[in-house]
Design a protein around this ligand. Structure first.
Ligand code: BYC
Length: 353
């Protein structure tokens, strides 16, 4: 997979370190070791988690819990925003007006999910601007899946079916996460993701029962997206450094491997129903576990893509940087507008900006 060309090769500043100058006072990514916690407060907090209580923004929480949430939620928000790029690539080439309207609505939904989760992250005392700087300068991650190219119309269907399908499996569990704003965001987002998955599956099903060339296009697409979709769930549990904290504090309710297995179990029957093959010769039903066993994931490819060297990493970041730069005038206008209103009210402009 690793060497496939990306769909549009337009390079803007891609290999330069990215800095944003227009807003002063940004905080660097919080790297200092988390402080030792008061054992009594920590015990009370853990008792609340054990009672399945929801933690809200003004509640006391261990600094490490807060940081883990900021890390995971901001990366999730970045994934939604970067995730618009591979699909946006096909809006002008959708084959019918109906498909175009569906795709436009889906891409807009993803933008909404990103904004919603950025808002949720801000309840943890961070500034969205700082999070976006981390995305643009490459210090924050986003989902590996969006570094693969959309080479055919069938890819738009396959993304809805497999990528949104994987996201639903993951996010249905996150809707039970211990942090209230994140869990509530997931409830709403999962409802929309269900529509995305259905419209994607319908596109693939239509192609699969179409002409031989259309069926071949659908099969080729599934062949390319299957393994990267399995990688969305993250490394094996034994190689997942964050799972300990996240599980202990009720953020992750199921492990990376458990969710991946659930996704495979659900998807095998869906592929069979539309007469497509999942590209894994080792896929077999295990009578003992009642799971579908599957072959080995190429973890070298996974870490390469996560590390910035996938087929489209550079293009994705370049597109986000260009969008950010192109939007500078909007941010400047919004700040000027806020300053004008603050001046009208007689307050110092910084207070209301
Ligand atoms: N890609 O300790 P681990 C969508 C990183 S968008 C990249 O297991 P964790 C959609 C991980 O961050 C849906 N990086 O981590 C949008 C960590 O690095 P750091 C996106 C990955 O957090 C548009 C390191 O590897 N969904 O649906 O316990 C159109 C070690 O991993 C990946 C979410 O973001 C990966 N695949 O678990 C269509 C869900 N996997 O931060 C659709 C929320 C791992 O220590 N996130 N890494 O430097 C999660 O559930 C978890 O963060 C993960 C990883 C399961 C992804």
């Amino acid at each position: 997979m690793g060497g496939a060309a990306c769909e549009r090769v337009r390079w803007y500043f891609t290999d330069m370190p990215y800095e944003i100058h227009e807003k002063k006072g940004s905080q660097p990514k919080d790297k200092a070791p988390a402080p030792a916690e008061d054992p009594k407060r920590l015990a009370e907090f853990e008792a609340r988690i054990a009672r399945d209580e929801t933690i809200e923004p003004k509640d006391w929480m261990p600094e490490r819990y807060r940081r883990q949430l900021v890390r995971m939620m901001s990366q999730h928000a970045h994934s939604e925003v970067v995730g618009m790029l591979p699909e946006g690539n096909w809006i002008t080439r959708a084959p019918t007006l109906r498909r175009k309207m569906g795709l436009l609505a889906k891409v807009q939904d993803e933008a909404g999910h990103g904004l919603y989760i950025y808002c949720g992250t801000e309840t943890l005392g961070v500034d969205r601007h700082d999070l976006i700087v981390q995305l643009l300068n490459g210090t924050a991650k986003y989902s590996s899946i969006f570094n693969y190219p959309t080479l055919s119309w069938a890819d738009i269907g396959t993304i809805g079916w497999l990528v949104d399908g994987a996201a639903i499996v993951n996010q249905t569990m996150l809707a039970k996460a211990s942090y209230g704003p994140y869990a509530r965001a997931m409830v709403r987002i999962c409802k929309e993701e269900n529509f995305h998955k259905r419209q994607g599956y319908e596109i693939v099903a239509t192609l699969a029962r179409g002409t031989p060339a259309q069926k071949a296009m659908a099969q080729d697409s599934v062949n390319r997206w299957w393994w990267p979709s399995l990688m969305m769930f993250g490394p094996h549990d034994k190689d997942s450094p964050n799972s300990g904290d996240l599980s202990k504090w009720g953020i992750k309710r199921k492990s990376n491997d458990e969710l991946r297995q659930r996704f495979v179990n659900l998807t095998v029957a869906q592929a069979k129903a539309i007469d497509l093959t999942l590209p894994d010769p080792e896929l077999r039903f295990n009578e003992t576990t009642k799971d579908w066993d599957f072959g080995a994931i190429d973890w070298d490819e996974f870490w390469r893509v996560v590390g910035g060297d996938g087929p489209c990493n550079r293009e994705r970041l370049a597109a986000r940087r260009k969008a950010h730069d192109d939007g500078a005038w909007v941010r400047a206008a919004a700040e000027a507008h806020a300053a004008k209103h603050a001046a009208h009210r007689g307050a110092p402009s910084g207070a209301a900006a």
